[in-house]
Design a protein around this ligand. Structure first.
Ligand code: 5GP
Ligand code: ZN
Length: 111
């Protein structure tokens, strides 16, 4: 998708070191971390919202949720972590390419 920052990162047009990559997703450090550890799990295909889900996209989101616990383990987050998917304006979604935040490395405040 043109003018999508995460599509550009996926395509390598904007350099961003990958903590993890496979055929469906990449995991990168958030550029403005909101916790000691803050990563983004980003599907390689572009779609913005959970409301756009179809079978293929659901497989990718499932894959994200299967991969995140492995990454959390590798990061030493055995005491817990938080995953967040912001959706839309009221949800605080700034980048309209679906992504899952992984936050941890400290005790996170409630909300
Ligand atoms: P959202 O608010 O859309 O759920 O989250 C977007 C996140 O992407 C924010 O936490 C922001 O810091 C991060 N972000 C925005 N642009 C870039 C970028 O170019 N590189 C990386 N690594 N993270 C970015
Ligand atoms: Zn995109």
């Amino acid at each position: 998708m043109e003018n999508c920052i995460f599509c550009k990162i996926v395509a390598g047009e904007i350099p961003s070191p990958r903590l993890y990559e496979d055929d469906k997703i990449i995991v990168i450090k958030d550029i403005e971390p909101k916790a000691k550890l803050h990563y983004l799990c980003i599907p390689k295909v572009h779609f913005a919202y959970l409301s756009e889900m179809d079978e293929a996209r659901a497989e990718i989101v499932k894959h994200c949720f299967q991969t995140i616990p492995k990454i959390a383990k590798d990061l030493g987050l055995e005491d817990g972590y938080r995953v967040i998917i912001n959706q839309g304006v009221n949800g605080g979604q700034a980048v309209l390419h679906l992504h899952i935040h992984l936050l941890g490395g400290e005790v996170l405040g409630g909300f």
